[in-house]
Design a protein around this ligand. Structure first.
Ligand code: F6P
Length: 361
């Protein structure tokens, strides 16, 4: 009998269930009734606190189009993994004990950056781990794309599309704030797909004067409205020069006056132009709903590849996409690295050619 544990960790996304399905169905097809799959509840928390349920083939049906995760998820920050919990429990030892108690042959982790750091830690501690790259942020090192990303791009694009029509009717300046944590992938892609006039991402620090002059230039050219896609982690040129600690302080100060960076930018634009600037924040909507067709295919491929990897006894890896091929990359190579937008990449140059401003010129 082969015993496989599986969990979904960190912020959810649209294609978690589709990926669980990919892994489950493929494992049953490889092993028949010679495999037992245990699902841990709420991510690593379930592994720590011995909270799981044995899954059966019927648990993996009707999942392809279902958002969220049937296993539940939670954030268990990597930097707290080596700290005991409130009752003094050694989390890493507790996770290892559950793994051993269930006589698992492998643990499959559907998770983002932080979760894959923990996957690597568990792998270093001797557990057999296979990671799967989940996040709407697309910021996992070692893979061209993560599942959840394209679904979120579609949703954020739809928001920009909706804002476009009302902005045009009222000749307003509109900011759409897009998720992505420290990476600008989501904002960049939704911004281009939605035809945003200005795109602000953390990787290209902005000057507020450039943003304002682009708005004024559009007005002078007869465009009454301007759409600005702002990443939640967007930074000014001055912010980018700050140390981590100083930047944290600056954000804390800013949050005393504004709900987020977009509202600060809106206030600055209003003051400089005397025109109305509105903010729309779609927030967690970007992680919800059904996965798009791209993600369903990606999740199915990655899930199947993970099952194959397990059957070959290959562990300590994360399944990834490289040039449209599914490959496995060592967890040790990706742990602790962040994949961000390269400001000198073709897509940025192409967007600039189309007239998009990144607020830096
Ligand atoms: O990592 C996914 C993500 O949605 C980020 O884009 C965002 O910064 C963060 O999670 C929000 O986290 P939470 O749901 O814990 O507020």
């Amino acid at each position: 009998m082969t015993r496989v544990g599986i969990l979904t960790s960190g912020g959810d996304c649209q294609a978690l269930n589709a990926t669980l399905r990919g892994v489950g169905k493929s494992l049953y097809n490889i092993y028949g009734d010679k495999v037992e799959i245990y699902g841990f509840i709420d991510g690593y928390k379930g592994l720590m606190y011995n909270n799981y349920r044995q899954l059966s083939p019927s648990d993996f049906t009707n999942l392809l189009t279902q958002g969220g995760t049937i296993l539940g998820s939670s954030r268990q920050p990597f930097k707290q993994m080596r700290m005991p919990d409130a009752n003094g429990l050694d989390k890493v030892e507790a996770m290892k004990a559950t793994y051993r108690k269930l006589k698992l042959d492998c643990l499959v982790v559907l998770g983002g950056n932080g979760s894959q750091k923990t996957s690597n830690l568990l792998s270093e501690e001797g557990l057999n781990v296979v990671g799967l790259p989940k996040t709407i942020d697309n910021d996992i090192w070692g893979t061209d794309i993560t599942f959840g990303f394209q679904s979120a791009v579609s949703l954020a694009t739809n928001v920009i599309d909706c804002i476009h029509t009302t902005a045009a009717s009222h000749n307003r300046i509109f900011i759409v704030e897009i998720m992505g944590h420290k990476a600008g992938w989501l904002t960049l892609n939704a911004g281009i797909a939605g035809g945003a006039d200005i795109i602000l991402i953390p990787e290209i620090p902005y000057k507020i004067d450039s943003v304002i002059s682009k708005v004024k230039q559009r007005a002078a050219q007869g465009h009454g409205f301007t759409i600005i896609a702002v990443a939640e982690g967007a930074k000014t040129v001055e912010d980018a020069k700050l140390s981590k600690k100083e930047y944290k302080k600056r954000v804390k100060e800013m949050l005393k006056s504004y709900p987020s960076i977009s509202y600060e930018i809106a206030a600055q634009i209003e003051e400089a132009t005397g025109r109305e600037a509105r903010v729309t924040v779609p927030g967690h909507m970007q992680r919800g709903g059904t996965p798009c067709s791209y993600d369903r295919i990606l999740s199915s491929r990655l899930g199947a590849a993970a099952a194959l990897c397990i059957s070959k006894g290959k562990f300590g890896v994360m399944m990834a996409i490289k040039n449209r091929k599914v490959v496995s990359v060592p967890l040790a190579d990706i742990a602790g690295k962040l994949k961000v937008v390269d400001p000198s990449s073709d897509i940025i140059a192409e967007a600039r050619l189309l007239g998009t401003s990144f607020g830096d010129e």
